[in-house]
Ligand binder design. Structure first.
Ligand SMILES: Cc1cc2nc3c(=O)[nH]c(=O)nc-3n(C[C@H](O)[C@H](O)[C@H](O)COP(=O)(O)OP(=O)(O)OC[C@H]3O[C@@H](n4cnc5c(N)ncnc54)[C@H](O)[C@@H]3O)c2cc1C
Length: 574
């Protein structure tokens, strides 16, 4: 192959580009993969708090040990001041298990499979890019792609800033907010939300940590003000990222500069003010807009969109890199499968679009709920009302439960929304609305399959290096994989309808089949609720039969009141 020809040309060396390249080289080592990155590395970037799913991807590409060796703080969860009450509450990755203090660097095993990292992006992105290179990708730094030349839906070649042409069989746009390929091909985007925020942040030396768990474990702090919210992310023992997210309209109307709003926020937030009492800002205050959007299509004849080039969801859920990492996994796996020729190319590509859009949309939908239901936003009443109105959301536990389900609760990873399972979503609704939602499976005890008017379809399940094709059903915007627990329940409710008998089958046949214990049962009951909410199962009450209690299910929530924060709480909400 000539020096400027590759099998896969990736634009952008951020997490999405590096992870795509590493996956490709791991599972299709004969592919010549190149990354074109316009900056010199290391380079700074916002987006520093990870979720455990990223670690699973890092482990899969053989990079977790390298990230662990960099000694970033271990993220064991998040602490929030958000919702109806003024009390802090935690998102606990370890589900109530104590975090055991252990020497680092550790292995990706035991408790560390449930944790994540808080990362200094300059170092993290460098580690990932170096890893892609070690896996055999060719990396060009300070090499900007200045033009994407296409005909119809096909990319013909890339033109570099120096004028050279680069040709490849596949092109991957991982260029983040630049989205150079998406824009060149004029792929439309939609903004399914009225959320229009800006973020303002700076880096601090020697801030105290709000929570120290073991030697280097901590939780990100997400603290709501009356007119925005603050993130507080320790990136190393001495460096901390502190940011403010505020509606763009509020910023405009305030007449203040970004620096002024930032100082005002840090002054008002007593917890943060106390943590930085002896700290020093590095000086520069950064700002960016963070408007959520989704690309209408994620692939074309010979191209794919990954990471922020594909879409963006408000950072309240700290899920940007998680979505980038999973999207990179799926794009790389799709290319590997196209190469193998086992499945129809168009089906593989369309499944990639479907999975990516679904993921982004569910995160945006969930973010809409977080903002609409946050009673702390006392200065943003109109803003939160607009978001709810635009989304068609009526507050209240019952309607929130139904509305969150409009995007479909049934997902491959388990029933839930945006990475939160249904038990945790239930906890959150209780916290935001002051009342828990009523689950269909606790109000009813007779269940029947409802597959009328459905279409059969083939769905892709992404495994490391290969795609599994499974059967599914589709009706309107909802999709049901006839696979795993969903397949089991779909068969069970055609044969037996009583809640006690269904529970018996789950506890017996299902748990035996997968070798699972109480955790498998918890997932199965959430799957049952998800299928009822998504309309695959009709539920009704038979007065002569017993009802199921949710008490033990609710005890498995990974959200709970904060126990060990040193953070000072603000004045009580009026
Ligand atoms: C305010 C804010 C807070 C956030 N907080 C979090 C968080 O806490 N947790 C989280 O997971 N995510 C967070 N995110 C999201 C996260 O930053 C992104 O999801 C992530 O950076 C996306 O990775 P990427 O590889 O797609 O893009 P990027 O990291 O932006 O990488 C794109 C790369 O492409 C390069 N590039 C661009 N154009 C060209 C070109 N023409 N030629 C060659 N190279 C090019 C760029 O230089 C860059 O290195 C946040 C985002 C914002 C805005």
């Amino acid at each position: 192959m000539p020096a400027n020809e590759f099998d896969v040309a990736i634009i952008g060396g951020g997490p999405a580009g590096s992870i795509t390249a590493s996956f490709l080289r791991k599972y299709s080592p004969s592919l010549r993969v190149a990354i074109f990155e316009r900056e010199q590395f290391p380079r700074d970037h916002v987006g520093e708090s990870l979720l455990p799913v990223v670690c699973r991807v890092l482990d899969e590409i053989g990079c977790w040990d390298k990230v662990e060796a960099a000694d970033f703080p271990v993220k064991v969860g998040a602490t929030y001041r958000w919702g109806k009450s003024n009390d802090l509450w935690d998102f606990d990755f370890l589900s109530g298990q104590p975090y055991l203090d252990q020497p680092r660097p550790a292995k990706y095993e035991g408790q560390r499979r449930s944790t994540a990292f808080q990362i200094d992006r300059a170092r993290f992105d460098q580690i990932l890019l170096d890893h892609a290179q070690e896996m055999g990708a060719t990396v060009f730094l300070e090499t900007k792609v200045s033009k994407v030349v296409s005909s119809g839906d096909r990319v013909e070649y890339l033109e570099l800033a120096g004028g050279e042409a680069v040709r490849a069989r596949y092109y991957v746009d991982a260029s983040g907010g630049s989205a150079i390929l998406r824009r060149a091909l004029d792929i439309p985007t939609e903004e399914p939300t009225a959320l229009r925020n800006i973020a303002i942040w700076a880096y601090w030396e020697n801030a105290e940590w709000a929570a120290t768990v073991g030697t280097s474990g901590t939780r990100v702090q997400v603290l709501s003000l009356g007119w925005g919210w603050i993130w507080f992310i320790p990136l190393s023992p001495t460096r901390t990222s502190i940011g403010l997210v505020v509606p763009a309209d509020y910023f405009k109307k305030s007449g203040a500069t970004t620096e002024q709003l930032y100082s005002k926020a840090l002054g008002e937030e007593v917890t943060v003010a106390s943590l930085i009492a002896n700290a020093r800002s590095e000086g520069t205050v950064f700002a960016t807009r963070d408007w959520s959007f989704v690309s209408a299509r994620m692939e074309g004849e010979n191209w794919f969109l990954v990471g922020e080039a594909a879409g963006f969801a408000d950072p309240i859920l700290a899920a940007g890199i998680s979505m980038a990492a999973v999207g990179a996994w799926e794009a790389a796996t799709t290319i590997c499968e196209i190469e193998k020729g086992r499945f129809e190319k168009r089906w593989l590509r369309e499944e990639f679009t479907r999975a990516s859009i679904r993921r982004l949309r569910s995160h945006i939908l969930f973010a809409d709920y977080w903002y609409s239901a946050n009673a702390h936003f006392t200065d943003l009443v109109e803003f939160t009302r607009n978001i709810a109105e635009h989304a068609g959301l009526h507050l209240g536990a019952k309607s929130a439960w139904q509305w969150l389900g409009t995007g479909g609760f049934v997902t491959f990873g388990g029933a839930g929304i945006a990475g939160f399972n249904l038990v945790s979503t239930d906890w959150l609704i209780n916290e935001f609305e002051g009342q828990a939602p009523e689950w269909a499976i606790s109000r009813n005890n007779w269940f029947e399959a409802d597959f009328e008017g459905t279409e059969q379809l083939a769905l892709a399940v992404y495994h490391p290096g290969y795609v599994e094709q499974i059967h599914g059903l589709a009706r309107r915007s909802k999709v049901l994989p006839l696979h795993g627990i969903y397949g089991f329940l779909a068969r069970t409710v055609q044969e037996t309808h009583r809640v006690d008998q269904i529970i018996g089958s789950l506890a017996g046949d299902w748990c035996r089949q997968i070798g699972g214990g109480p955790a498998a049962m918890v997932n199965a009951l959430q799957a049952l609720e998800g299928m009822v909410q998504d309309g695959w199962i009709k539920a009704r009450l038979d007065e002569s039969l017993p009802l199921m209690s949710l008490d033990s299910l609710r005890q498995t929530s990974i959200l709970h009141p904060n126990v060990d924060n040193r953070a000072v709480t603000k004045k009580k909400l009026k």
